[in-house]
Design a protein around this ligand. Structure first.
Ligand code: ZN
Length: 440
């Protein structure tokens, strides 16, 4: 049992009144009371002058899984194993207590099972099965009949949601969305290329979330406020939400200009050395760059901000996602970038934090468990040294977090990060993406 004493609670509920000087009781994994009686023997955490908010949710990540290099590998047939705790440490260190993986495989269930045994300090994981058309990548289906079967198979395998991908044809896309509705599964996706010029046809019931603002910037050459308003209206009328993943395009723009920012980024040391090598030596955004592409990405970055403002004005719910896994987008750290970018685009700090807490939990259907600070919910909690509503950067001023019924304080987090960085740096010479994959 833990009590966080004399803390200012920002519950992030719909009514959301700050509860000042509160005592929050936590028993096992749950919040048992706010300002209830304090039983003897509870471990006391001093919350005086601090702020308590719900743990953050990243609605778009790609968790790395073990890579088998097969015959291409220089020593033939080696597998690179990623340590689950090392992956999850970055989320925990950044107060991310739930992640949504948007291209999940059997290995992600393996990670989730490992986590379930309690050996790994981790975020909760929601898993989406990626379904695609054409010749890939992903689970490939190109007919109504096969699309529906792919959804039923994913449901039977235990996936939470369906991810729709770019090469689906129109008929199959609609069949998948409809079958997912029948199976009680939400859908999130790209807008397939087949809808080019007939965008409105993609907005069918149960197409629940557009995974990137970029899906809309692909649908225009004007990048105007009128376009943004038109796209927001399509979402609003269909009940579709948006996860803009602003940070992805900001990072892509940066890398298309130069790799200097990535190379000197203070968070790169926490990325597995194999991925560091990939990002720095085989970076497609940088390799295939041109003045034209840089200018194009600049326009997209500006348009994505317009789209966020248009969604806010139209009442389209926005959830915070990062597309972690894209080169330069570092797990956990990127969610803070995304929240700050949402504020820069026009959301208030409170709206941006809501997008990374209550709204995301609501979309995932886990709002009775997490996303707000209320008695009965999981103790997915962040203790901050300053009020994040007055400046969203205060989300970086962490005192500690609660996750899986454990209190992880600032010192422990710093120690975990320092240890990870040390091991990554020591192993740097062992990983060379180009040699291992034989790529140029
Ligand atoms: Zn993605």
């Amino acid at each position: 049992m833990f009590v966080i004493k004399n803390v200012n609670v920002i519950p992030m509920t719909l009514g959301d009144e700050i509860i000042v000087d509160a005592n929050v009781l936590i028993t096992n994994e749950r919040i048992t009371s706010i300002n209830g009686s304090i039983p003897p023997g509870a471990t006391i955490i001093d919350g005086k002058g601090k702020w308590l908010i719900p743990g953050l949710i990243d609605m778009h990540v790609h968790v790395p899984t073990d890579i088998h290099f097969g015959s291409r590998y220089i020593t033939q047939g080696a597998t690179i194993f990623f340590d689950t705790q090392d992956i999850m440490t970055l989320y925990i260190a950044n107060r991310v207590t739930t992640i949504f993986d948007l291209n999940s495989k059997a290995e992600h269930f393996g990670q989730r099972n490992e986590i379930g045994k309690g050996k790994v300090i981790r975020p909760r994981m929601a898993l989406a099965a990626l379904i695609n058309g054409g010749s890939g990548p992903g689970r490939i289906v190109n007919t109504d009949y096969d699309g529906r079967q792919a959804v039923r198979s994913a449901k039977a395998e235990g996936y939470d949601c369906i991810k729709l991908y770019s090469q689906l044809n129109i008929e199959t896309f609609k069949a998948i969305v409809d079958e997912a509705r029948k199976q009680g599964m939400k859908t999130v996706g790209h807008i397939p290329d087949a809808f080019q010029g007939k965008l409105e046809q993609a907005f069918v019931p149960n197409f629940d979330l557009v995974a990137h603002a970029e899906e809309f910037s692909k649908q225009t050459t004007e990048y105007s406020d009128e376009d943004a308003k038109r796209f927001a209206k399509l979402m609003k009328d269909n009940g579709t939400w948006l996860s803009p993943t602003l940070i992805t395009m900001v990072d892509i723009l940066s890398q298309s200009r130069s790799l200097d920012e990535l190379r000197t980024s203070p968070t790169l040391q926490y990325v597995h050395p194999l991925l560091q090598s990939k990002w720095l030596t085989a970076n497609n955004y940088n390799k295939n760059t041109s003045a034209y592409r840089v200018a194009h990405f600049e326009k997209m970055v500006a348009f994505h901000n317009r789209l966020v403002r248009a969604c806010k004005a139209a009442g389209v719910p926005i959830v915070a996602g990062t597309d972690t896994g894209v080169s330069g987008v570092v797990a956990g750290f990127a969610l803070h970038d995304e929240i700050e970018l949402l504020v820069a685009a026009g959301l208030t700090p409170k709206e941006a934090i809501t997008s990374a807490t209550r709204l995301s939990a609501t979309w995932l259907g886990i709002d009775s468990l997490t996303g707000t600070v209320e008695a009965g919910k999981f103790a997915d909690l962040i203790l901050l040294d300053a009020n994040p509503l007055s400046d969203v950067k205060n989300l970086r001023r962490i005192s500690g977090i609660f996750v899986n019924g454990r209190w992880v304080n600032r010192f422990t987090i710093d120690t975990m990060l320092a240890d990870l960085s040390k091991r990554n740096t020591a192993a740097e010479d062992d990983y060379d993406w180009k040699k291992m994959t034989g790529s140029k």
